[in-house]
Design a protein around this ligand. Structure first.
Ligand code: ADP
Ligand code: PAZ
Ligand code: MN
Length: 890
């Protein structure tokens, strides 16, 4: 037999792996021309509506920066629309459903029926799955808003009576207009009530909703749902409301001020001739308010008034300098006026808020309303004011959905939308490109695909975003020191609404659950690498940018390399680059950012442009090549003693984890040999102790130690990683060993493709192939219901003869190379309840995420580190070092 594991006497270090690879014969990979990938269209359109592009037209000037696009005949399956029609802006929140298509998935029936996994059924409630969208318009342009609603048929929804919930003064003012233009009746909801229920909903349901802002930096605040109240809600719209919130529906409007967002915009417009709010705000970034404001130093001859703690640069009187100067308005720079106004109003609101909080004995103050507009300087100024007057005793917090509180509250006031008890883990925020998720100018569906979407990307995404080059580092978007000093920013352009990716679409996936075996879900943090560190951020952004051209090639090839595929590939690259550029500028723009989020964003972007499985051909090829040598491997393993076998199996998993198309270094290796050659080499190089090596403890737990009696786990969850050798020659043999010992095995695969990871959908076929050569796998797969359809007549193979320990497959609920265990499929959550061993495999699942995760049961984390920097940072080692981390139940 041609042993797969060659002589181990070669003691060369694994970091010579590259050199070795060069020595492998440059043989053509004969598997290259294998059959095309198994077609899989199940998820392809499952979550996105197709567009009705008939009658699509660009309104107005084509050369305009953000021309209006109308898709008059497009309608989503909308069930609820709610509005907040304010003095300045109209805010829309609408929910679009997407029903799960019937999924012809062998696994589902088997796992559910045989093992009582029943809560997977929940996904069949059509009302539940869907998406929440956020859009705004200027109130003066209410006709645009009406057209938008009409073009998308947002007012039809579930509502037979055509009643729309709305709040804000405009719900009264424009009720007749809505009746006349859309034939709908506005059902008016109390504005304060809506603000409060919107704020409560956001604080409870969105993980990274609230944040503090200091010197240009966001810090997300973990809100304890059991200790949320009381808080002061300060909504800065046109005017300002201060509301003391004591619970759901329990609140009191305690104060307010007429000096608010409308004042800034109104006075600003008058004094600077600005045409838009953003223009005014942008001006402020280049302003120096000391030319209009009277400073302490102006009064005290350049000195501080130190006795009462005021520095010379403190504003003594906003606009006070103007009094003593004999100048006309034209003599002042609009920039300076705008900044002076912004500071005047922000400090004033900060001071009133602080005083109110002090009077009521409240420590937490949340600021909402569109005056804030995610603008760093505004937030810094308010934060400074609160901190300054409270002497650090109180803190300002801001909300990512700042302006949508009222609209969300109106939305929540529908009686039967089924969203009352939404939980954090059921919401996934996505950031689709090329649509007006927070804009007012481009009228089109927020999730557009194909032609319109692509042309949008081609035409409207700002030029200057390079596709291939690393995204340039920008200094953090701080616009000043806060407080009483002038902003330091030189004033780069504010992002226009359309590309202002601050809030995404909230996908509601009711079937997601918290993984029940997490030791402490509250403190669980999936990401190992914190991208708040600018060096880490730059490094990983560069890695992802550099990988982009190759990924585009793979993606385009996976779709037949057609012109259409190339166009989509291009659009994907633009979209992902735009996200990277945006996040580079403001890492916390989409909530707390970890490496796992970036890797997931990339997969989401691919799907957005209809690349369902970029690595399908490669996966298929590697599966077939690996399955061909599996029988030899199994024979080799069977000839070993149990103890040696366990070690060989773990070594095998680590060695086979080298097949990772997401790693630059590994992809370079693949050009240098066939799959099997690389696999052999990788196994040959396995050498203990690994960089992290808890194998002995694991072995002992498995019953091989002298101290403990033989032990077997009841059920093991194996989170598998890559297709090909990784799953076939690594994880399946390990699964087989566990089955042989009487441990039930659940293979946990991705719900959607990500890089070359194997999906749950693909696993049954792989298992069926493997089972052809192995009675243990066959018996287990039959017992687990995996082979029901695939296997031959059961009478020929009476299952009693075979092992009855079941092998099952479940999907994990995600489509990323990493996994956030707070949001897994209900199917996985259900099987996890009886599991006492978790095995996480691969860099994405065991290192980038979950390396520090603690479980209620035994856990084994296995991975080869395929990135030099990660190896240095995480394990103080080198690329190709291995991790075998075993942690007993905690
Ligand atoms: N594009 C915009 N157009 C007008 N005002 C804006 C815009 N973006 C932010 N603002 C600011 O937001 C304020 C309106 O905030 P919002 O919370 O919508 O209140 P309202 O419900 O009173 O309209 C405006 O007065 C202005 O200060
Ligand atoms: C995307 C991955 C996490 C996948 O690794 P896996 O989970 O398959 O072991 C990994 O390939 C990765 O971190 N790649 C980027 C870094 C690089 O190219 O070195
Ligand atoms: Mn992988």
């Amino acid at each position: 037999m041609d042993s797969l594991k060659e002589d181990q006497s070669d003691t060369q270090a694994i970091d010579n792996i590259n050199e070795d690879a060069q020595n492998i014969s440059e043989k053509e990979d004969t598997e290259k021309d294998m059959a095309p990938p198994v077609g899989n269209s199940i998820h392809r359109s499952g979550s996105r509506p197709q567009l009705d592009l008939s009658g699509a037209a660009i309104q107005g000037n084509f050369e305009e920066r953000d021309p209006t696009i109308l898709l008059p005949n497009q309608s989503d399956d909308i069930s609820h629309l709610a509005l907040d029609i304010g003095g300045s802006l109209i805010k829309l929140v609408y929910f679009s459903r997407h029903e799960d298509r019937a999924v012809n998935d062998k696994r589902k029936m088997s796992t559910k029926e045989r093992f009582g996994v029943t809560n997977g059924n929940r996904r069949s409630f059509p009302i539940l799955g869907g998406r929440l969208h956020f859009v705004k318009f200027e109130t003066t342009k209410i006709n645009e808003c009406l057209e938008f609603i009409h073009s998308k048929q947002l007012h039809r929804g579930d509502n037979d009576n055509a009643v729309i919930k709305a709040t804000g003064g405009g719900a009264y003012k424009f009720a007749d207009l809505f009746k006349e233009k859309l034939g709908v009746v506005i059902d008016k909801e109390d504005e304060m009530n809506c603000l409060v229920s919107g704020a409560n909903f956001l604080l409870k349901a969105i993980r990274h909703e609230a944040f503090t802002h200091k010197e240009g930096h966001k810090e997300f605040v973990q809100i304890d749902h059991n200790d949320m109240y009381p808080y002061l809600l300060v909504n800065i719209g046109s005017g300002v409301s201060l509301i003391k919130v004591d619970g759901d529906g329990k609140f009191q409007r305690v104060s307010g001020t007429n000096v608010g967002g409308g004042t800034y915009w109104g006075l600003g417009k008058l004094l600077t001739k600005c045409k838009s709010f953003d223009e005014l705000l942008e001006l402020s970034q280049r302003g120096d308010n000391s030319s209009v404001d009277m400073l302490v130093g102006d009064i005290y001859g350049g000195l501080d008034y130190s006795k009462i703690g005021l520095s010379a640069s403190t504003i003594a009187s906003s606009f006070g300098k103007v009094i003593s100067e004999n100048k006309e308005i034209e003599d002042y720079r609009p920039e300076d006026i705008s900044l002076s106004l912004l500071r005047m109003i922000s400090y004033n609101i900060g001071q009133i808020s602080y005083l109110t909080a002090l009077q009521l004995g409240i420590k937490r103050i949340f600021f909402g309303g569109f005056f804030i507009r995610g603008h760093a300087y505004t937030m810094d100024t308010i934060s400074f004011a609160i901190k300054f007057w409270s002497k650090g005793g109180a803190e300002a917090m801001f909300l990512r959905h700042e302006g949508f509180l009222g609209a969300l509250g109106a939305f929540m006031s529908y009686e039967k939308h089924g969203l009352d008890d939404l939980m954090v883990h059921q919401l996934v925020e996505r950031f689709p490109m090329g649509a007006p998720y927070t804009g007012g100018k481009i009228h089109g569906p927020p999730l557009g695909d194909l032609n319109e979407k692509i042309s949008w990307m081609e035409k409207f995404v700002r030029k200057g975003i390079k596709i291939t080059a690393p995204v340039p580092m920008a200094s953090p978007r701080t616009t000043g020191l806060g407080g009483f000093e002038a902003p330091s920013s030189k004033g780069d352009a504010l992002r226009c609404d359309e590309s202002n990716l601050n809030v995404g679409v909230l996908h509601l996936v009711p079937s997601l659950e918290v993984f029940p075996l997490l030791a402490d879900p509250k403190t669980y943090e999936p990401n190992t690498i914190d991208l708040a560190d600018p060096n880490e951020l730059e490094y990983w952004f560069t890695v992802l940018s550099e990988h982009l051209p190759d990924l585009v090639d793979k993606a385009v090839a996976s779709e037949g390399g057609t012109d259409d595929a190339r166009r989509r590939g291009d659009a994907f690259a633009r979209a992902f680059s735009a996200h990277l550029a945006r996040l580079m500028e403001e890492p916390a723009a989409y909530g707390k950012l970890g490496l796992a989020n970036l890797l997931e964003l990339r997969e989401e972007c691919l799907r957005e442009f209809n690349f369902f499985d970029a690595y399908s051909t490669i996966k298929q090829r590697e599966n077939e090549a690996s399955l061909a040598v599996l029988p030899d491997l199994l024979m080799e393993l069977d000839s070993m003693s149990e103890e040696t076998r366990l070690l060989t199996l773990i070594e095998g998993v680590l060695a086979a984890n080298i097949f990772d198309w997401g790693s630059r270094a590994c992809v370079d290796l693949y050009h240098k040999g066939t799959i099997i050659e690389i696999y052999r080499m990788s196994r040959k190089k396995m050498q203990r102790p690994w960089r992290v090596d808890d194998f002995d403890a694991f072995k002992e737990r498995m019953g091989f130690g002298d101290k403990k009696p033989s032990f077997r786990h009841k059920r093991a969850l194996l989170f598998v990683d890559n297709s090909g050798a990784d799953v076939v020659l690594g994880m399946l043999p390990l699964a087989r060993e566990l089955l042989r010992r009487g441990t039930e095995v659940v293979l946990v695969g991705n719900s959607l493709p990500a890089l070359n990871d194997v999906t749950a959908m693909e696993l049954p076929e792989i298992v069926a192939e493997a089972a052809k050569h192995c009675d243990i796998l066959r018996g287990a797969a039959e017992a687990g219901g995996l082979l029901m359809d695939a296997m031959s007549n059961p009478q020929d193979n009476p299952s009693e003869k075979l092992s009855s320990t079941p092998l099952m497959v479940v999907e994990n609920g995600c489509g990323s190379p990493c996994i956030d265990l707070r949001q897994v499929s209900s199917e996985l959550a259900a099987v996890a309840k009886d599991a006492d061993l978790v095995i996480l495999e691969g860099m994405g699942r065991a290192l980038h995420t979950n390396y520090n995760a603690r479980f209620k049961c035994d856990a084994l984390k296995l991975a080869m580190v395929k990135n030099q920097r990660l190896a240095e940072k995480l394990i103080k080692g080198n690329i190709y070092d291995c991790v075998c981390r075993y942690e007993p139940a905690s």
